[in-house]
Design a protein around this ligand. Structure first.
Ligand code: B30
Ligand code: ZN
Length: 264
């Protein structure tokens, strides 16, 4: 079966995506955020998380062949943030490089971080398929993750990292066992400042349906934990020996879009 898209081969990598869905559109993601050019907008307002403290017991962590993703059972929502309504939490996943090579999708003033967490939400009352056709159907929260020697080696991130070793092959999944919550992953994050712009999914079909919220203050992750994210997963089978690494899309032009800034 031919691979429709990938990150690591010229035959299916990001340069070939233009023919897939909306990937050659004019409002694509990710982007480089130039902080000097961001427009302060006090109407955006702080974020309200509901249900993020629920432990991840019923949820499956999966190797999709493109990322490690947790599909969430319904229940948690976000509002505030200047969003046009309430958005339901659907899933979260990661982008990374190698242990020593940057892997974030977005950049701040040209600077990339080691990894990026995307928390995907869909406008209430829409299915994901419907949301992809709505210019404000999907809200993604993006957090940068930085490798740090000082970061705690024992926290929710370690627990999640340890599970990465259980999903080496595409299609593998493992139930999370209630030892941590998404809120537990985020309690080390600073959500008081963020950047906002309109863009796309960063994977094919690259639908221009996303309200992006990018938090510039990185989450610090212990490097032993980070290695479990960057060196445990394969694109297909272990036998095929393609490590799932550098699963980020290159930067896309901002064109005539504005980036807004909210600071508490
Ligand atoms: S991203 O945050 O722009 N990187 C999707 C969601 C967010 C981004 C990219 C893609 C998405 O919804 N893709 C649809 C396919 N997914 C379903 C899903 O819920 O999330 C299945 C899959 O990988 O195989 Cu991911
Ligand atoms: Zn993503």
């Amino acid at each position: 079966e031919a691979e429709p898209w990938c990150y690591d081969k010229p035959s299916c990598g990001p340069k070939t995506w233009a023919s897939l869905g909306y990937c050659n559109g004019k409002k694509q993601s990710p982007i480089n955020i130039i902080t000097e050019k961001a427009v302060p907008d006090a109407r955006l307002g702080p974020i309200h998380f509901v249900g993020y403290e629920d432990r991840l017991k019923p949820h499956l962590l999966k190797n999709t062949g493109h990322t490690s993703e947790v599909e969430m059972k319904p229940g948690a929502t976000i509002s505030g943030l200047g969003l046009p309504g309430t958005y339901n939490l659907k899933s979260f996943h990661f982008h990374w490089g190698t242990l020593n090579h940057r892997g974030s999708e977005h950049a701040i003033n040209g600077l990339h971080y080691a990894m990026e967490l995307h928390i995907v939400h869909v406008k209430s009352n829409l299915t994901l398929e419907e949301a992809k056709k709505d210019p404000e159907g999907i809200a993604v929260l993006a957090f940068f993750i930085k490798k740090s020697k000082n970061a705690s080696a024992i926290n929710a991130w370690k627990t999640l990292g340890d599970f990465m070793e259980a999903i080496p092959e595409k299609g593998d999944s493992v139930p999370l066992n209630g030892k941590f919550s998404l809120g537990g992953l985020l309690n080390v994050a600073d959500v008081s400042t963020y950047y906002r712009y309109r863009g796309s999914l960063t994977t094919p079909g690259c639908n221009e349906a996303v309200i992006w919220t990018v938090f510039p203050e990185p989450i610090e992750m212990n490097q032993k934990t980070m290695k479990k994210f960057t060196n445990s997963l394969y694109v297909s089978t272990k036998r095929e020996n393609r490590l799932l690494q550098k699963n980020y899309r290159p930067l896309q032009p901002l064109r005539n879009r504005k980036v807004f800034l909210f600071k508490e």
